[in-house]
Every structure is written in structure tokens, then in C-alpha cells.
Design a protein. Structure first.
Length: 153
């Protein structure tokens, strides 16, 4: 007695649609991930020697944009509110503060912000810069050595 194939129940799982969905999600995340980590656009000053920022979550970055806008991480704050915000977010949670200022921000504005930081009771502040590759000075040609005549006795 032969059983018909129409009445049989197939217990196999078809994984092709699952794989298709996973590949589409992978592509979407690969394209959008760099956009999510961009942060604020600031042209940092370049220096020859700089250290790498720590990657732990125990620090906050205060950004001063070229137009004078202040951001604590991604959240905009005003100069008048800065001491109160810093006292709660940085000093109250025992975190490190880094200042990231655009190279076109006037020095006076940076000093006003630093004054407000000190007013919040924060003495340990790091400044964020970008490093430039150290260029070797061009080699100077050596002076030719010419023999000198010495008179004998």
C-alpha cells in the first residue's frame, strides 16, 4: 500500500527565508552603524603630541562648537547653566571631564567655559585635540671637509 505524498506532513524547517532576513538586517546595520557614532562636527586643533582618549564610560565630553554652542556629550546646554549641570553630571557621579573646542572658537570663549568648569568645583579637565604626523626636517647637507695646510717647524 503506497501512501500518497499529498497527505504527508513535512517536518523540515526551511531556513532560506530566515537567512535572507538576517542578511538584509546585517546590511542595514553595516550601513547605519557609522552614521550613529559620528557625534558633533568640530574641527579640532592639531598638535604634534597627543594621547588617546580613554574608552571607558566614566568620562563626559564638553564640546564648544564654532558658533559658541555648548554640548555635554550630545545634549545642548547654556553657559549660564553649565556649573549646575557639571556639578550634577560630572562631580556628583565622579566622572572625568574633557573639553573639545573647535579651532575657530575664540580663546576668550574657551576661558569663560573653563571658568564655569572651575566654578562647578572641577579641577581635573582634559583638552581634546587631534594629532598631526610629525614631519622630519629635511636633511641638511654636511659641510665639506677641506684639508687645512699646517706649517711645520
Amino acid at each position: 500500500m503506497a501512501a500518497s505524498s499529498d497527505d504527508d506532513f513535512v517536518a523540515d524547517i526551511n531556513v532560506t527565508p530566515f537567512v535572507d532576513v538576517m542578511l538584509v538586517l546585517l546590511i542595514i546595520f553595516m550601513v547605519t552603524a557609522p552614521m550613529m557614532t559620528e557625534g558633533l562636527d568640530v574641527a579640532l586643533p592639531k598638535v604634534e603630541s597627543s594621547e588617546v582618549l580613554p574608552t571607558e564610560d566614566d568620562h563626559l565630553i564638553l564640546t564648544i562648537k564654532a558658533d559658541g554652542a555648548l554640548f555635554l556629550d550630545e545634549y545642548e546646554t547654556g553657559l549660564a547653566d553649565l556649573p549646575d549641570v557639571l556639578a550634577v553630571q560630572v562631580k556628583g557621579q565622579d566622572r572625568q571631564l574633557f573639553v573639545r573646542a573647535d579651532k575657530d572658537v575664540p580663546y576668550g570663549m574657551v576661558m569663560q567655559v573653563m571658568d564655569r568648569i572651575r566654578g562647578a568645583g572641577i579641577a581635573d579637565v582634559g583638552l581634546v585635540t587631534t594629532s598631526t604626523p610629525v614631519e622630519e626636517p629635511p636633511a641638511t647637507p654636511a659641510m665639506p671637509v677641506t684639508p687645512t695646510a699646517r706649517g711645520g717647524n
